[in-house]
Design a protein around this ligand. Structure first.
Ligand code: HEM
Length: 190
């Protein structure tokens, strides 16, 4: 099933170009070329409200996982939702994380570069005392809820499916980056 944006874009080109199948995507990517196109088109709507979406994501993350607040030196005192929404520190951090996701999503077309970038970000979490790689998966649901809040009607079942595939791919690779760096750290100590 195509997304509305594909159809809209297609109407601007000649019929021959539309009928041609899209180029095959990298087999390591979970998205077809068409899904990747839809993801990028939809993501523009998130990007325009990147800070707001990031704050929603983090407030939901902490709502469902109070214990994670303790891992963030700068936010551990932000006990209520109201304090979190108003915090400049939280907004700044949320925006940085969203820009990381943005870089990953915009780089989906080059899977090698995507792996290098996202796995490196995963590995940097070794610097966070008490961090466990399973923590990455806790972002999945809040990310999807935040995308739904920002996109409203534009968050169709097709788009939801594409966001699910995309965030899963990102989180899997954050974990892999973290795990691989752990192996490297361990073997360099022996
Ligand atoms: C989508 C998943 C995630 C991405 C893309 C991501 C990305 C990042 C980035 C880019 C930084 C560096 C920020 C800076 O330079 O100030 C960072 C720091 C950090 N991340 Fe993550 N992160 C993710 C998930 C998580 C989760 C689930 C936790 C939960 C415990 C977490 C805990 C932290 C902490 C505690 C820091 C250090 C913050 C600081 O020192 O101010 N991250 N993360």
């Amino acid at each position: 099933m195509g997304c509305k944006l594909t159809k809209l874009a297609a109407s601007e080109f000649n019929q021959e170009a539309i009928d041609r199948p899209p180029p095959p995507s990298d087999p390591r990517s979970p998205l077809t070329a068409k899904q990747q196109y839809c993801m990028l088109a939809s993501w523009k709507g998130i990007f325009r409200q990147i800070e707001k979406t990031g704050i929603i994501l983090f407030v939901k993350l902490f709502e469902e996982n109070q214990d994670l607040l303790n891992l963030f030196e700068k936010f551990s005192e932000l006990k209520t939702k109201e304090e979190q929404v108003m915090s400049t520190e939280l907004a700044e951090h949320a925006t940085k994380v969203m820009h990381t996701l943005d870089e990953g999503i915009k780089g989906l077309g080059d899977v090698d570069a995507f792996f290098a970038y996202i796995r490196h970000v995963g590995a940097t979490h070794h610097q966070v005392p008490g961090f466990k790689p399973e923590n990455f998966w806790k972002v999945e649901k809040p990310f999807l809820e935040a995308a739904k809040t920002t996109l409203g009607d534009r968050y169709t079942p097709n788009i939801e499916n594409i966001y699910k595939l995309t965030i899963k791919f990102i989180l899997e690779n954050l974990v892999k980056g973290y795990e691989d760096a752990k192996v490297e750290n361990d073997s360099s100590q022996t």
